[in-house]
Design a protein around this ligand. Structure first.
Ligand code: C5P
Length: 220
């Protein structure tokens, strides 16, 4: 049997996570947050005393390939330690964005990502879900929002967690990551040829979820 997959790709802070979790919940499907794998790799290599540079690519790829990772009750455990909060910081996002440019790291994470494809189905969130990891997915969504909207949302999220940042520095970080993600040579951030574009700058979460579920029903 073919296991159905919905891919949701798009730039940083476009709301992919929120949309993906909600669509998965409504359909009763599994959920893959592929960015978390790059984030955990970043944490793991820092713990090993390595910087996220091409110089250490082979060792970083080994670390990525053998991550002692466990997802349990919404928590991410690295060698048994709960790193759910640690992977969400802006610094961890920056490290993730750097390690993710290394081809060896991307290759090392392919099988792990595909292993999430299980019945009754999967909704996968990332940058290259539709282009590289699940090219045969029946529904590919490319989610965007203006840099301004994305920076504002991220700002609200962080403030609500008690983390203080400025809107300007967040926007600069976002744009730096977008540029790195779109210009890397391996699996750059770009819509798959058969992706449907969804700009949620002026949409509520419920409207975006409704749109994706509508597309999904249409192709059943
Ligand atoms: O989505 P999230 O912000 O958690 O991803 C962190 C970083 O991991 C991104 O900036 C991107 O560079 C990288 N990433 C990637 N491919 C994916 C998911 C994330 O390169 N499928």
């Amino acid at each position: 049997v073919e296991v159905p997959v919905i891919c949701v790709d798009g730039p940083t802070a476009s709301g992919k996570g929120t949309l993906t979790i909600e669509v998965a919940r409504r359909l009763g499907y599994h959920y893959l947050d592929s960015g978390s794998l790059y984030r955990v790799t970043g944490i793991a290599l820092r713990r090993a005393g390595l910087a996220p540079d091409a110089e250490h690519e082979a060792r970083i790829a080994e670390i990525a390939h053998a991550l002692p990772l466990c997802f349990s009750e919404g928590k991410v455990l690295l060698a048994g330690e709960d790193v759910s909060d640690a992977i969400r910081t802006e610094a961890a996002g920056m490290d993730a964005s750097r390690v993710s440019t290394l081809p060896g790291v991307r290759t090392a994470l392919v099988d792990l990502q595909r292993s999430f494809r299980k019945l009754p189905g999967l909704v996968a969130d990332g940058r290259d879900m539709g282009t590289v990891i699940f090219p045969d997915a029946k529904l590919k969504v490319f989610l965007t929002a203006s840099a301004e909207h994305r920076a504002e949302r991220r700002h609200k999220q962080l403030i609500s967690k008690g983390i203080s940042t400025t809107l300007d520095s967040l926007r600069a970080d976002l744009e730096a990551r977008d540029l790195r993600d779109s210009s890397r040579s391996v699996a750059p951030l770009k819509p798959a040829q058969d992706a449907r574009l969804l700009d949620n700058s002026h949409q509520t979460v419920e409207q975006s979820v409704g749109q994706v579920l509508h597309w999904w029903q249409e192709i059943q």
